[in-house]
Design a protein around this ligand. Structure first.
Ligand SMILES: Nc1ncnc2c1ncn2[C@@H]1O[C@H](COP(=O)(O)OP(=O)(O)O)[C@@H](O)[C@H]1O
Ligand SMILES: [Mg+2]
Length: 152
């Protein structure tokens, strides 16, 4: 599935649609260069689930946790990860337990330690707009994409 998004507000709206399309225990990879809109999408995702305050980019902390409606949403950014093994030391597997959704920017920097995705969203600059390419990597991922196409 591909999707053209022409402005920042629409990127947040798309993040909101995605949040409603997601199932508990989903892992989403967000790929694309700096400034392409990954964090903007996550901001919309969190707002749609009821988060009211700012969404900080977890570039330096690796992860920001959000508790929303008895569910934990973990926003990861692996951009500054020096060594993928750091994910092993931080206990990355523990973040996959229970009622969770993980959104991961720069998943490729975590190598084999990055949790496998249900869906991967690749973002591209497209003139002043952004092009999103969304692919499923699991049955749950297919269901998320099916839910998304019903919403839009
Ligand atoms: N669809 C879009 N069209 C134009 N500008 C956008 C779009 N989505 C996001 N932006 C802008 O691009 C920048 C993206 O920043 P950010 O979301 O932090 O990127 P990333 O996390 O990928 O580095 C922000 O200034 C945002 O307002
Ligand atoms: Mg970012």
């Amino acid at each position: 599935m591909t999707h053209l998004i022409t402005e920042s507000a629409a990127m947040e709206d798309f993040g909101g649609h995605l949040a409603h399309a997601c199932h508990t225990h989903s892992v989403l990879h967000l790929c694309g260069e700096l400034g392409v809109g990954k964090t903007t999408l996550v901001r919309g995702f969190l707002k749609a689930l009821g988060h009211k305050t700012t969404v900080k980019s977890p570039t330096y902390t690796l992860v920001e946790p959000y508790q929303l409606n008895k569910r934990m949403i973990y926003h990861f950014d692996f951009y500054r990860l020096g060594d993928p093994e750091e994910l092993e030391y931080m206990g990355i597997r523990d973040y996959l337990e229970g009622n969770i959704i993980c959104l991961i920017e720069w998943p490729e920097k975590g190598g084999q330690f990055t949790p496998l995705p249900d869906i991967k969203i690749q973002l591209f600059h497209h003139a002043e707009s952004r092009l999103l390419e969304i692919k499923a990597y699991s049955i749950m991922g297919q269901s998320i994409i099916a839910n998304l196409s019903m919403e839009n």
